[in-house]
Design a protein around this ligand. Structure first.
Ligand code: HEC
Length: 275
């Protein structure tokens, strides 16, 4: 009786499991195919960002993405913080870090003329925030069909996180199914990683688009650039990840030692008591 019941429950659960899997696969077949699952260096309890990649990723952001996408949660000095791609122990204050100063100086930032109060732009300094790319959301949408979202937190903001951003950038090589192709207007592109399969962002990466400097720099293939910019954006979405993981590990060790200590004192305290 009991055995029958268990078997029946097991079968029931198995059936539900199959139904759920089939349903998930059926509804997003293109999406599932195009989603790439990468073994990111920052996953896992001891995960860290791939610093070289994140540095190259900043270059990709600057030279490619920044013509449309802002990074409004970041100031230039954040690039030189502890745990950031351009941290340098010789310059614990990132405002003094020459690389960070150089990056800031590559940008014009909005300001107000202190004499007559009129709007003006000046060269960036490390304390400035990354400037907006468009005047406002409407101008951004007018220029691109849809407003390019801010990228500072995008890795956290999308299901699939880093895998999603990476796959999206590489997701343009698929033929649009007829029913989607029919409804696609000018300025829209098929990309099965995007919800609904249609995106207003043209394909961005092609092999050799930019030059990576440095002796050991890899070739700028589109996979490499997608990987690098995703490392950079993963950092920008969670700059304290490494610190958090270190503290978490320290806490585990502390709790472990405390457990041993408590156990030993327990033995000591109850040593002469009969029980
Ligand atoms: C020519 C302008 C342009 C450039 C350059 C550009 N994008 Fe976009 N991007 C867009 C637009 C427009 C959208 C909004 C698309 C939509 O909602 O259909 C977008 C959307 C996105 C999204 C969000 C997609 C989603 O799920 O909503 C990500 C992530 C993204 N871009 C990453 C990048 C990265 C990384 C780069 C640089 C390698 C880049 N983009 C370069 C225009 C651009």
């Amino acid at each position: 009786m009991l055995k029958n019941l268990l078997v029946a429950t097991g079968l029931g659960l198995a059936a539900i499991g199959t139904a759920v899997t089939v349903n998930a696969a059926g509804s997003s077949e293109g999406h599932a195919d195009a989603m790439k699952h990468m073994d990111w260096s920052f996953n896992g309890p001891f995960g860290q960002y791939d610093r070289d990649a994140a540095q190259r990723g900043y270059q990709v952001y600057k030279e490619v993405c920044s013509s449309c996408h802002a990074l409004d949660q970041l100031a230039f000095r954040h690039l030189g913080d502890k745990g950031a791609p351009f941290f340098n122990a010789d310059f614990p204050n990132p405002n003094d870090n020459p690389l960070v100063k150089g990056f800031a100086a590559d940008w014009d930032v909005p300001d107000v003329d202190s004499d007559d109060g009129s709007a003006m732009t000046r060269t960036g300094i490390p304390a400035d925030n990354f400037p907006p790319i468009y005047e406002n959301e409407i101008a951004a949408a007018n220029a691109n069909g849809k407003a390019p979202p801010d990228l500072s937190l995008i890795v956290k903001a999308r299901n699939g996180g880093a895998d999603y951003v990476y796959s999206l950038l590489l997701g343009y090589d698929h033929e649009a199914p007829a029913e989607i192709a029919e409804s696609m207007g000018a300025g829209s592109y098929y990309n099965p990683v995007m919800e609904g399969g249609v995106i207003a962002m043209p394909p961005q990466l092609q092999d050799g688009l930019l030059d990576y400097e440095g002796e050991n720099a890899p070739a700028a293939t589109k996979e490499q650039m997608a990987y690098d910019v995703t490392q950079f954006l993963a950092w920008s979405a969670d700059p304290k990840l490494e610190q958090r993981k270190r503290v978490g590990f320290g806490t585990m060790i502390y709790l472990f030692l405390l457990t041993i200590l408590l156990y030993l004192s327990y033995r000591q305290v109850w040593k002469n008591v009969k029980h």
